[in-house]
Write a protein that binds this ligand. Structure first.
Ligand SMILES: NC(=O)c1ccc[n+]([C@@H]2O[C@H](COP(=O)([O-])OP(=O)(O)OC[C@H]3O[C@@H](n4cnc5c(N)ncnc54)[C@H](OP(=O)(O)O)[C@@H]3O)[C@@H](O)[C@H]2O)c1
Length: 272
């Protein structure tokens, strides 16, 4: 594989568009990137990302690439892989399709092949994503390094030793933005119930979530200690924390995330 591998994104929508945008922003050569979509509209959106090759010809794009990023919806993946099985056989395949196992993709290809599965999340659109990656047994260090570089263009990357861990990754970071949005919504609603205007409650809650997330990720102080520092004994915050604890917030979150993980496991059987 060349020093700067050529990458074909098969199915260029939100996720592939985010990754391509991130790669271009960090200086990946545009002439090493090809993007496909069937409709004119999605091809035009792909062209707007930069000076990349865009086409509706998956076969040509796969044949010319070192690395193929499969980024169509999970239910479309099987037909796509079966149609291009021969061309895919000697490529590094990176799949971002939720819930489709590396084993299923390998079965459809019909040969041993190097496959990296990724579970990204929506903040990838802002290059603030969190992706869990798993490499199958046919991947070597170079394959891992390429996949790492591609996904690191849109955020942080963590590697899983077992493919099953991607279900837990889905429950934590894949679905995680929705939990934060829900909690933020609760804060806005409660702020309004406490007497603020909706607009004021929204401004304060959004900036608080942003500021707290930055403190948690940028100060190097863990979240337990950060919470302790804003929770004076017998103070205002302590009353709220005690109320959350009395209502067993930790158990509520654990139950919700176990339910999400179970659904991820269930869904992966649908696409095998
Ligand atoms: N968005 C996320 O935050 C997120 C998070 C985790 C995982 N994922 C995974 O990422 C994948 C893509 O999700 P998305 O949100 O980016 O979906 P999307 O916006 O609908 O993008 C899919 C793209 O694939 C194209 N496409 C469909 N069939 C094709 C074919 N046969 N050949 C070429 N292009 C084809 C579609 O364009 P045309 O219809 O014009 O062909 C569309 O632009 C999914 O498997 C999803 O599970 C996404």
């Amino acid at each position: 594989m060349s020093h700067t591998p050529s990458i074909a994104f098969i199915g260029t929508g939100n996720m592939a568009g985010s990754i391509i945008g991130g790669l271009l922003a960090e200086g990946y050569p545009a002439n090493k990137i090809t993007a496909t979509a069937r409709s004119e509209g999605n091809q035009a959106r792909a062209r707007a990302l930069g000076d990349i090759q865009v086409s509706d010809n998956n076969g040509e794009a796969i044949a010319a690439a070192d690395v193929v990023v499969l980024a169509v919806k999970p239910q479309m993946l099987k037909d796509l892989v079966l149609e291009h099985a021969d061309a895919l056989a000697n490529k590094l395949i990176i799949s971002v399709a939720a819930g489709v196992t590396a084993g299923s993709i390998e079965n459809w290809v019909g040969h041993d092949c190097a496959i990296v599965r990724c579970m990204p999340n929506t903040p990838s659109q802002l290059r603030a994503g969190a992706s869990g990656l798993f490499a199958n047994a046919h991947c070597d260090e170079q394959h891992r390094a390429i996949a790492d570089r591609i996904m690191a263009a849109v955020g942080i990357v963590v590697w899983c030793q077992q493919e099953d861990e991607l279900h837990a990754v889905t429950a934590v970071s894949g679905s995680g933005p929705a939990y934060v949005f829900l909690f933020t919504q609760c804060m806005i609603d409660a702020g309004e119930a406490c007497g603020l205007s909706r607009d004021t409650a929204e401004q304060l809650a959004l900036q608080t979530v942003l500021g707290a997330a930055r403190m948690a990720s940028e100060t190097g102080v863990d979240v337990v200690e950060l919470r302790r520092r804003v929770t004076s004994p017998n103070g205002v915050t302590e009353r709220a924390i005690q109320s959350f604890e009395a209502d067993e917030l930790a158990a509520i979150v654990t139950k919700a995330m176990r339910t999400a993980m179970a659904r991820s496991q269930e869904m992966s059987t649908l696409f095998s």
